[in-house]
Design a protein around this ligand. Structure first.
Ligand SMILES: Cc1cc2nc3c(=O)[nH]c(=O)nc-3n(C[C@H](O)[C@H](O)[C@H](O)COP(=O)(O)OP(=O)(O)OC[C@H]3O[C@@H](n4cnc5c(N)ncnc54)[C@H](O)[C@@H]3O)c2cc1C
Length: 504
């Protein structure tokens, strides 16, 4: 640790203000936790457009906080998730049965706007350079010579995470087998837009401005060209040059189209690694800091935002001492398997993108399989995030799954379930006889709502499920208990998730 000149205290310090760090800061602030982000970039501006959008479950998560409309207003919706081939999700029972095409720089801008409305401290243009944890907290060293003291430090500092490395958390997985250059450039000569293949892989040209018309992407004139090429040899390093891109284009097309004036050139690979543990004492990891993989299928940003939403309320409860520290272990237990499936899927996608005869045959076979209803739904549920099932034990199919955004009827009029989650607090939803529940020892921690719902309870992939008498909904929108007013298991669930009952 460098010499600390001053030491400011926060309950949580987040290293990195990308999509994961921003989402986590918002979640913590909603739970009234004193949180600070330390972000290397001087502003939220992102060099390059990077990720292409949000999947259905991420849009739902934003809807749970009442901010989905901000994103929907700026993007283009499309009724599919991709597992190499487009998988129709228009029949999934959700209000958001589509993906949203919206570049990451816009996603970050909108998220930062939301965070700006909440009490979050952001130290911009400043890096975390190290930390040391003890029994009561973490000393966080900053590049400007200052030091912060936090009860918890969360590394949302991307794939090369310093926090992960300093914590000594293993990052097992596999080295790259393929690399791509991606860039935004001007050209002297217009290439054919769209996806192209040759013997060493898939390449593409597009424009940042596009519209979806009849399910097809239609590029708009003007603005920079987005170029993506597969390199003949696996490239190393993350800072390729215009010359590297020019050579790669000539390798593939025999011309570099007179590329010039790049605003962004980057390299990504299919290196696939996942942190062995998402927590080490008072240090946690989320987003790319915890998992890296090939971007095909558009999973990374979505995983990171949902890591944040899983972690935020748990960390808040532990900090407020309403729940024991062991609640934090459920973060790894729930989110590690979700990312492990995503990593497996992206590795399969890399194999499907190869262009040799056998890979072509495999792709055709997969396309045939995914054209069938059950496989389509299963993989679309993976890619969209709607199929996430946290292992909360045996029981009703809703247990551990996302609570659907039902149109409820209450004594005060109609009510959407997701509006109950705007303030990120847990809800006990009684769908049986009004007044049938007594949860007074937890009244300060969970809101009890009496409501009716006459429709069909339907979940993605599973279809119709039996109507529950009552559900306990966690702040992240997942169902923690299902039962009725006889209340078996409810006290355990409330204690487990929200802490022991308040003394009478
Ligand atoms: C070409 C491409 C296309 C992609 N397409 C998609 C897609 O369509 N959908 C999708 O979901 N994902 C996609 N991804 C992945 C997505 O971009 C990442 O998963 C996402 O950015 C991860 O967010 P994050 O906040 O965890 O990490 P990052 O976005 O990497 O943010 C980390 C932040 O931490 C800061 N930082 C780093 N170190 C420090 C430090 N020591 N101190 C302070 N600050 C620090 C960085 O400046 C950065 O702002 C794509 C990625 C690429 C490269």
């Amino acid at each position: 640790m460098g010499a600390a000149k001053t030491k400011t205290e926060h309950a949580v310090v987040i290293a990195g203000g990308g999509p994961t760090g921003l989402m986590l800061a918002g979640e913590l602030a909603l739970a009234s936790v004193d949180v600070a982000i330390v972000e290397r970039r001087a502003s939220q501006e992102l060099a390059g457009s990077r990720a292409g959008g949000l999947h259905s479950r991420s849009i739902e998560v934003l809807d749970q906080r009442g901010i989905a409309d901000r994103f929907l207003a700026e993007g283009q919706t499309f009724g599919v998730a991709h597992f190499h081939i487009p998988l129709d999700i228009s029949d999934f029972p959700t209000r958001h049965n589509y993906g949203l095409g919206l570049w990451q720089n816009h996603i970050e801008r909108i998220l930062a706007g939301w965070v700006g409305e909440l009490p979050v401290t952001i130290h911009r243009g400043c890096e975390v350079t190290g930390f040391a944890q003890d029994d009561t907290g973490v000393d966080v060293a900053l590049s400007d010579g200052h030091s912060l003291r936090a009860e918890y430090l969360v590394g949302c500092d991307g794939g090369r995470s310093l926090i992960r490395k300093v914590a000594g958390i293993e990052f097992p997985g596999s080295d790259p087998t393929v690399s791509n250059l991606i860039a935004e450039v001007e050209v002297a000569e217009q290439p054919k837009l769209g996806i192209h293949r040759n013997e060493f892989g898939v390449h593409g040209f597009g424009r940042l401005n596009y519209e979806i018309r009849n399910g097809e992407v239609v590029f708009m004139d003007g603005g920079p060209l987005r170029v993506m090429v597969t390199e003949r040899q696996v490239g190393t390093g993350s800072e390729p040059t215009l010359r590297d891109l020019s050579e790669a284009l000539i390798d593939i097309y025999g011309t570099d189209y007179g590329i010039h004036s790049p605003t962004w050139i980057s390299r990504f690979t299919d290196m696939t690694r996942q942190a062995a543990s998402y927590r080490q004492g008072r240090v946690l990891l989320a987003g790319d800091a915890a998992h890296v993989h090939y971007p095909a299928g558009g999973q990374g940003l979505n995983l990171g935002m949902q890591d944040a939403v899983n972690l935020g309320w748990k960390l808040a409860r532990v900090i407020r001492k309403t729940s024991p520290e062991s609640l934090l272990d459920s973060y790894h237990a729930e989110r590690h398997p979700v990312a492990a499936i995503a990593l497996r899927n992206t590795m399969a996608l890399v194999a499907l993108l190869r262009t040799d005869d056998r890979s072509n045959a495999l792709r055709e076979t997969m396309s045939e399989l995914l054209g069938m209803d059950a496989p389509r739904k299963r993989f679309a549920a993976h890619m969209s995030g709607l199929g996430i099932h946290y292992d909360l034990g045996e029981g009703h199919p809703l247990l551990g799954r996302r609570m659907p955004d039902l149109d409820l009827v209450t004594a005060n009029g109609p009510l959407r379930v997701f509006t109950l989650l705007h303030d990120a607090r847990p809800v006990l939803l009684n769908l049986g006889e009004p007044g049938g529940f007594d949860i007074s020892p937890w009244a300060d921690r969970v809101r009890l709502i009496d409501a009716g719902f006459d429709g069909v309870w339907e979940l993605p992939v599973l279809g119709a499920v039996p109507a529950p008498g009552a559900v306990l909904i966690r702040p992240d929108g997942y169902v923690a208990w299902v039962g009725d007013s006889t209340q078996p298991g409810l006290v355990d669930a409330l204690t487990n998730w929200l802490g022991p009952p308040a003394a009478a």
